[in-house]
Design a protein around this ligand. Structure first.
Ligand code: 13P
Length: 249
């Protein structure tokens, strides 16, 4: 059985001081979590988060990475820097990066390759917009994104990667996909992985759901056969609610 993995995407929230408060509060609550736990703070808090999480079940991830290794790319952070800071995971292709920074499947794929080449694990995001869902083209959009972001990844990489399905209309809106809507897309993604790789690889792939996951809806979502965890935004900024979602897994 696949182990559930709950990741918290802090987005652009929390100072260094807030980071130590939140991680220390989480440490107190998560002595023996039944699920994998990843926190993804902003870059400025990564080294501290790694330090505080040492010897605990909490793993640390970044929210993005540059495709370049070093040089004149003002504002960017390289995979080498993330690795040196002690990160083990990197979110790539979050819908906010797609929307505000015009990231494409092709660029996201290059980022995922970069993450793997350094021995870290990407959390690769896909998801349709409200307009796309309402036009009835959700499967088409997800199929295109999955093929694009996974291009060239080996079966071994696919089995280690985390895919996050985050319907854009459910992010930060308080609207969650119904369990049925979420499960339907998760099953589609697993079927695509089976076609692109093999049924065995698809069986091992971890597919998280993201979009207004809260303590009160986590249990039902995480009980679906193809939902292997959650990528949590708002509710991960508070130790009580993030721990409650981890407990629900
Ligand atoms: P919310 O949980 O705030 O909807 O955010 C989801 C998300 O975008 C996680 O990456």
């Amino acid at each position: 059985m696949r182990k559930k993995i709950i990741a918290g995407n802090w987005k652009m929230n929390k100072t260094v001081a807030d980071t130590s408060d939140l991680i220390n509060a989480l440490k107190a609550k998560l002595t023996e979590p039944k699920a994998g736990v990843i926190v993804c703070p902003p870059y400025t808090s990564l080294a501290l988060a790694v330090e505080l999480a040492k010897g605990t079940p909490i793993k640390v991830g970044a929210q993005d990475v540059s495709v370049n290794d070093d040089g004149a790319f003002t504002g960017e952070i390289s995979i080498g820097m993330l690795k040196a800071a002690g990160c083990e995971y990197v979110i790539v292709g979050h819908s906010e990066r797609r929307q505000y920074y015009k990231e494409t499947d092709e660029l996201i794929n290059r980022k995922a390759q970069k993450v793997f080449a350094s021995g870290l694990i990407p959390i690769i995001c896909v998801g349709e917009t409200l307009a796309e869902r309402e036009s009835g083209i959700t499967s088409q959009i997800i199929t295109g994104q999955i093929k694009g972001v996974l291009a060239g990844l080996t079966p071994g990489q696919m089995e280690t990667a985390i895919i996050a399905y985050e319907p854009v209309w459910a992010i930060g809106t308080g609207k969650t996909a119904t369990t049925q809507q979420a499960e339907e897309v998760h099953l589609l993604i697993r079927t695509l992985i089976a076609e692109l790789y093999s049924p065995e690889t698809a069986e091992k792939a971890v597919i998280q759901y993201g979009g207004s996951v809260k303590p009160d809806n986590a249990k039902e979502l995480l009980a679906q056969p193809n939902i292997d965890g959650a990528l949590v935004g708002g509710a991960c900024l508070n130790a009580d609610s993030f721990a409650a979602i981890i407990d629900a897994a």
